[in-house]
Design a protein around this ligand. Structure first.
Ligand code: ADP
Length: 309
């Protein structure tokens, strides 16, 4: 499968690298406003290919995206000092309008995988600009927050993150909701599992994990300026679910007709991802406080998106 990546910065190039290492694509094309950057990233990633899986890694203009089944959108502009979030958002929405036009001229039916932040609102912008069906404009959403949640729970319980089924819902950002009530370890609730292995999830443990998931990006940015490896791997994971029609349950963002009484809002819920993109959305079990927090997250996202109109 041919995968395009527009925006060859840290996130776009990490996605390309992860795809190359995982064997997630047989052709990767990097496009950036800076042709020199796209060329350099493509060459660097190509040099990892002999250690991984056969794959062509190229760069070029939008015309090179012809035939791409999926295009990852990782282009964006940086926040200017003192700039408001909404102003940054409007500038990024303008970038997306241009980018999507370029992508669709070459690959009109390519699925779009949105990585640029704020990812939920950018997913909605991409859906509107592209005219594609909602299930084919997928935001990486909380795929990474969910990975962090599963990793921390697995670490506490002494088991592999892969054996923990727990999702982060809502916004990829401050208002996100950790789905504790629906979290499972093996076939048990995490609470029951924790009792059996004598590692109870006390209020303190829960608060620590909640904080670690919610503040992870801030901590990493403090240390290295931005985050890219985790999200790069998450993007590659989504591409593979589509390529192999895996029907994997992943927390990704798509515009959803109704969430806790809020209409047409892009946010993350567990969704079945396969060859057609998002095939089904699941309604996770929520306790009253989680339901209220998810509603608040949906309302905030809806308001932000309306601010852009
Ligand atoms: P991140 O950490 O999110 O990857 P970067 O600033 O490293 O952020 O990368 C964003 C990339 O998006 C930059 O390489 C930039 O050149 C690219 N970009 C910005 N605007 C456009 C555009 N209109 N078309 C293509 N690429 C763009």
């Amino acid at each position: 499968m041919k995968v395009g990546i527009v925006g060859a910065g840290m996130v776009g190039s990490a996605a390309g690298y992860a795809l190359a290492l995982r064997g997630g694509a047989n052709e990767i094309v990097l496009v950036d406003k800076s042709a020199a950057l796209a060329r350099a990233q493509a060459e660097d990633i190509a040099h990892a290919v002999p250690f991984a899986h056969p794959c062509q890694v190229r760069s070029g203009g939008y015309e090179r995206l012809e035939g791409a089944a999926i295009v990852i959108l990782a282009a964006g502009v940086a926040q200017k000092p003192g700039e408001s979030r909404l102003s940054l958002l409007s500038r990024n929405a303008e970038v997306f309008a241009q980018v999507i036009e370029g992508v669709q001229r070459a690959a009109p039916s390519a699925m779009l995988l949105v990585a640029s932040n704020p990812v939920d609102v950018m997913t909605e912008v991409a859906l509107r600009a592209s005219g594609l069906p909602a299930g084919q404009v997928i935001g990486s959403g909380t795929i990474l927050d969910t990975a962090r949640f599963r990793w921390l729970l697995g670490d506490h319980l002494g088991i592999a993150a892969q054996s923990v089924h727990a999702y982060v819902l809502g916004e990829h950002g401050d208002s996100e909701v950790l789905g504790w009530s629906s979290a499972r370890a093996g076939a048990l609730t995490v609470g029951e599992f924790a009792e059996q292995v004598h590692a109870p999830i006390t209020g303190e443990v829960r608060a620590r994990i909640d904080e670690a998931v919610r503040r992870a990006a801030y901590r990493i940015i403090e240390g290295k300026g931005a985050t890219w490896y985790g999200i790069g791997a998450g993007l590659a994971r989504i591409v593979q679910a589509v390529r192999d029609d895996q029907r994997a349950v992943l927390s990704v963002s798509v515009v959803t007709p109704q969430v806790q009484g809020v209409a047409d809002v892009a946010l993350s819920l567990p969704r079945v991802v396969g060859a057609g993109g998002v095939l089904t959305t699941l309604a996770p079990e929520l306790d009253p406080s989680e339901a209220a927090a998810l509603r608040a997250s949906a309302e905030m996202l809806k308001e932000t998106a309306l601010g852009l109109h």
